[in-house]
Every structure is written in C-alpha cells, then in structure tokens.
Design a protein around this ligand. Structure first.
Ligand code: ZN
Length: 290
C-alpha cells in the first residue's frame, strides 16, 4: 500500500470536494450526503494529485472531514463499501452550456439541460463542478447580474457551479472597472470570446483593450481562437465542393461546415504548406459542438 505524501487527511480536511466512487457510487453517495449527518466510504483506493492510499473517508454534509484507516462510524452514519473501486476528487467541467431557465415553449435545437439535469448528468460521470456561460443583459449592472445568475444556480443546481461571464459580440462595456466589480462578486473568467464571428473583426480594438484589462483585473479570457475569414472561405469552398452541408439553427456564421469548426488547424495548414487541407479527407457527418 502506498500512502499520500502528507499525513492522512491533513491536506484534505475541510476541502469542500465531494468525493465519489466511480460511477456506481456517485449518485448514492451524493444522496446520502444530503440526507444523513455522516457518510463513511470504506476500503476504496483513494487517488489524488498527491498520491494514492487505501483508507476510509468520512463525509459530513458536503465536506470531507477525515481520511484514515478503519474510521469509527458515528450514530446514524451511512456506510458504503467501495472495495475494488477508486475514490477520486470530483472532476471539474470547465465548458458546459446549461439553461438557467428552460425555454417555454421548448426549443428542440437548443441546449436541453438546466442546472438540475446538468448536475445529475455530471454526477453520473464523476463531475461535481460544472461551469456555465451567461451574458450580461444590456444595461444590467454587476449586482443585478450576480443576483440573477447566483439565484438561478441556488434554485436548481446540485453540483457546484461557476460562471463564465459571456461578453457577446461587443466587448466595449467590459472596461477595467466592470471587470474589477465582477471579480469582487466572484466572477473570474469571461467566455466564450468568439474570434470566429465577423463581430470580432469589427471590434478588434475593443477586444484587445478588454483582454488587456482582463489581465490586469485577474480575469481569465476563454477565447474561441478561430479566424472568421479563414473559416468563411473554407466553408464556402467545401460547400461548393460538396464536402460540407448547411445546418440550420446554431451555426456560428449561419450555415455550418460539418467538422470544420473543430479542424481549424487543418484549415490553416494550406497556408503553412505540406499538410493536406481539410477538404481532401472525409469529414464527419455531424457538426462539432460549439
Ligand atoms: Zn461552448
């Protein structure tokens, strides 16, 4: 048996990570944590970035409070035998699109999950923290934005959620003072900042200023690093060659070239020379996800 480099539990006590046994234990463990004062997961192989060890884990509420061998169960504790299973810290999904409020009537070609179903899907896959992209409304101040965004998460979320502030097509309002305000309310990233839209080229100076201000404010910019002109030209060319098809609804630039958005490097390749262009090989039948 190998052990963690730190004394058992010392580095992990108090972390609000939801520990889960892979897949089969994920939902029961979560439910138990919600319903009982204490849960003990026994005999699993605990694996973290620091190492691995065989031990028990005590969870109170949503917090790991103790890790060690043969933990004594408190009154009313739920005990789960994880023999032969791995116990991992919950994974983080940094790119999730969830509806804060489900559209009514439903929109079949849009995202179909909200915070509740998105949380359940995340737990089933070992993810305990998900993200979302939410735009600020025109004229909305940071306090109103924070109240709206956090309120929706608290109403329906089960997983931990963090939010990327979606800048949209015009970054002009995202000056340093607004970014500082967002940071003060706990928002530390923007996204998706689409370079693959004509609006990016129209506001390129404002984007550059916003990226610089973001760096100063400590805000991480999540950039869709694609080039509108290259994608547009390649899309039109592939469409003309019959190697791509138009899809309604969600295309970045209207119709979408199947497979194109995920293959930007291939599109660039003809300009670098020597690498086959995307159009010379079969493309998948479905568009890539945004
Ligand atoms: Zn996305």
């Amino acid at each position: 048996m190998t052990t963690l480099k730190t004394p058992p539990g010392a580095a992990l006590l108090g972390r609000s990570l939801a520990w889960i046994a892979l897949v089969t234990l994920a939902l029961p463990a979560f439910a138990a944590a919600q319903q009982t004062a204490e849960t003990i997961i026994r005999n699993g192989l605990i694996v973290t970035a620091d190492g691995r060890m065989e031990a028990d884990i005590r969870i109170r509420g949503e917090t790991v409070v103790e890790i060690g061998p043969s933990l004594a169960a408190g009154a009313g504790a739920r005990e789960i035998d994880a023999s032969g299973m791995l116990l991992l810290p919950g994974a983080v999904d940094t790119h999730t699109h969830l509806n804060p409020v489900m559209p009514d009537p439903p929109e079949p070609n849009r995202n179909q999950d909200d915070y509740a179903s998105g949380s359940a899907a995340a737990f089933a896959g070992g993810v305990t923290t998900v993200s979302n992209f939410i735009s600020m409304r025109s004229g909305e101040d940071v306090d109103a934005y924070a109240a709206r965004v956090i309120g929706a998460i608290e109403r329906n979320g089960m997983a931990d959620v963090f939010v990327h502030v979606a800048v949209g097509n015009d970054p002009t309002p995202f000056v340093r003072s607004r970014l500082d305000e967002l940071v003060s309310r706990g928002f530390v990233s923007t996204g998706e900042d689409f370079m693959a839209r004509p609006a990016y080229d129209q506001h390129v100076l404002e984007w550059y200023r916003t990226f610089r201000a973001s760096g100063g404010a400590g805000v991480l910019s999540m950039i869709h690093a694609e080039d509108y002109a290259i994608l547009q030209e390649a899309r039109d060319r592939l469409m003309a060659e019959g190697q791509a098809r138009a899809e309604g609804g969600r295309g970045r630039n209207g119709a979408r070239a199947s497979g194109l958005c995920g293959n930007t490097a291939d599109v660039f390749a003809p300009h670098g020379g020597g690498v086959p262009a995307a159009g010379r090989r079969p493309l998948p039948g479905r568009a890539t996800a945004a």
